[in-house]
Design a protein. Sequence first.
Length: 175
Amino acid sequence: MTPMVERVSNYQAESVRDPISVLMEEHRQAFEHLMKLEQAVSSMDEQGFNRAAFENLAEAIRFFDSDFRLHDRKEEQILFPFLERYKPGITGEYRNEHRELWSAFNTLLSCVHDVEDGRLRGTSRHELTETAKKIIRLLRGHMMNENTYLFVQTKNMLSDAEYTDLSEKIAAAAK
């Protein structure tokens, strides 16, 4: 391969990555932030509210509220419509799980704002930690299901042209 062809090939590989690899990498990052969330919850269960736990909690919340919201939009607005062409209804359960997760996330945000604003009730810590545990449980199962089932289905269902189109749209959504 000539140097020019190699550069063009490398540029193409970097500019349009495999869409399933991109989504799975985003899941890997989410699993890391779920561990931070778990650490925060564990610390709060054992020691009550403390600075280290709140910092882990805040870092996880920032990730989920920005990067992971973008990830969900990629799935909902780009990936799912491709799949629905072949199997109408295949994404219904995933969409419902997304709604349930974001509802729980909004409850968690509300709990955190109450704590930050000094609106503590006797159940504040319990409500916050139980909501976080629900998010951890739901999101972990959801991502494992997508990784092992939905993403495999995607690779099997789409034509090469559709897969290329999906790649380009996922890449564009990241910009």
